[in-house]
Design a protein around this ligand. Structure first.
Ligand SMILES: C[S@@+](CC[C@H](N)C(=O)[O-])C[C@H]1O[C@@H](n2cnc3c(N)ncnc32)[C@H](O)[C@@H]1O
Length: 279
């Protein structure tokens, strides 16, 4: 890793972040790959860790990608707006109530980072009208990311093309030489987790499309890694590919008090050259 990128770690809290799996996930990346592609970027924990020299990052969340663009291209203006915002439950509600379409792109990004830091459990949830509606949860959420941290992320993002779109659009742009990491939302039945990102649900149909893309990437000889909760749906994704089972701590139903260990499947068309259980 280049020395100036050593502070690059996610600056957002994100439901389903793979922060705790980075030491294992990063073993699938090889610096001989031309480009890193992540169609379900979220807080982009693997991207910031490996700091690739070229990347394509995308997510369906328009505000998330707009925030990354501002951190990449307009950092001083984001910093000026961000540190004017002071933490308190009242300020949180006032800032949450602002109409983001009336704000400049940098102030809008600052608002996004502020709300993400001080909302309940770092969730991103909107109502039917697309208005962010997560309650305040700032008492135990730590501080805003500092300038040095944001600067490191900005430097890291300079190598990335940022696009807000559905995963298929991104995967259509993949070419030989790329490496693809996919971390789709869980669509496991009877779990609330899928509603943590947006009003829309990641459906079984979309999961089948992910599987079709895995087969297509494999046929083209493009290496990929998919992470997914151990479940019937996870088994479906893993069939025909190398699968490693790892244990993770998860907040059940979004509540930190309900943290339990559960299994995550790491599915790839490249044999993971490390110890661990391979299905
Ligand atoms: C499990 S999170 C990714 C977490 C990420 N790996 C990290 O470490 O933070 C899944 C992401 O997929 C995004 N997403 C949901 N549906 C999508 C779709 N149809 N196309 C692209 N992204 C989508 C969500 O906005 C969310 O950020």
């Amino acid at each position: 890793m280049k020395p100036q990128l050593k502070n690059a770690k996610p600056f957002l809290r994100w439901a389903g972040s793979k922060k705790q799996l980075i030491p294992i996930l990063s073993q699938y990346w090889d610096s001989s790959y031309n480009r890193y592609v992540e169609p379900f970027a979220g807080s982009a924990s693997l991207f910031f860790n490996i700091a690739p020299s070229a990347a394509l990052l995308s997510d369906i969340n328009v505000d998330l990608i707009a925030t990354y663009s501002q951190i990449k291209n307009n950092l001083p203006a984001v910093i000026r707006s961000l540190y004017k915002l002071k933490k308190s439950p009242e300020n949180y509600m006032r800032i949450r109530a602002m109409d983001p379409s009336k704000l400049s792109p940098s102030t809008r990004a600052a608002r996004f980072i502020f709300l993400n830091r001080y909302c309940f459990n770092g969730l991103y949830r909107t109502n039917r009208a697309g208005i962010f509606n997560v309650p305040y949860g700032g008492d135990r959420s730590g501080d805003l990311p500092n300038k040095l941290h944001l600067k490191a992320c900005s430097t890291c993002l300079k190598t990335a093309r940022l696009v807000s779109c559905g995963f298929s659009t991104t995967l259509e742009a993949v070419v030989p030489g790329d490496f693809v990491y996919m971390d789709p939302p869980y669509s496991v039945k009877a779990q609330r987790v899928f509603s943590e990102y947006d009003a829309s649900v990641f459906s079984e149909k979309q999961l089948k499309l992910v599987k079709q893309w895995m087969r297509k990437l494999d046929r083209k000889g493009i290496p990929f890694l998919v992470s997914y909760a151990s479940s019937n749906e996870g088994e479906f994704l893993s069939k025909g590919f190398y699968t490693q089972v790892v244990s993770v701590k998860r907040n059940i139903a979004g509540f930190a008090a309900n943290r339990r260990r559960s299994d995550e499947l790491l599915i790839s068309n490249v044999h993971p050259s490390k110890e661990g259980e391979i299905l």
